[in-house]
Design a protein around this ligand. Sequence first.
Ligand code: HEC
Length: 130
Amino acid sequence: MSQIRILKQSLFVIFLLVMASACTYDFVEMPEPDPIDPTDTISFQSAVAPIFSDGNKCTACHSTGETAPDLTPDRAYNALVPAYVNLQDPEASAIYWFTHPQSETHSWKKYSLSEANIILGWIQQGAQNN
Ligand code: HEC
């Protein structure tokens, strides 16, 4: 009788071990974004605006007369500065964080990590109209 109990108990322990080992998680490494060279000036017109307009990525919805902010190349700067940038705390800028790949806001469309990095770098450099 007690041998059966021991057998049952050890089967149960084996079962638990199998279950526990089945529950391993595969952690997906987030690729580290390339650090932005602080001596490399990020141009709004040639580096930032195309993120919004290339392939109509953002301008499909954010264009003149559509959902604010207007991100068409000739209007994006005035739509974004100062309303969507925070020069004191660049990472809190709406135009950076709202569509960041790791944010939970704006399910419509996200930046890639490297695009988000360009936006952040541009804000850190003073969000200039350059
Ligand atoms: C499919 C349509 C669509 C696309 C594409 C899109 N958006 Fe949006 N976006 C919206 C809508 C609708 C809202 C307003 C509702 C909301 O807050 O989600 C919005 C809101 C926003 C806001 C907040 C506006 C505010 O005043 O608070 C920002 C910033 C923004 N979008 C940036 C972007 C950027 C940057 C891109 C491109 C990477 C983009 N959006 C692409 C539809 C879109």
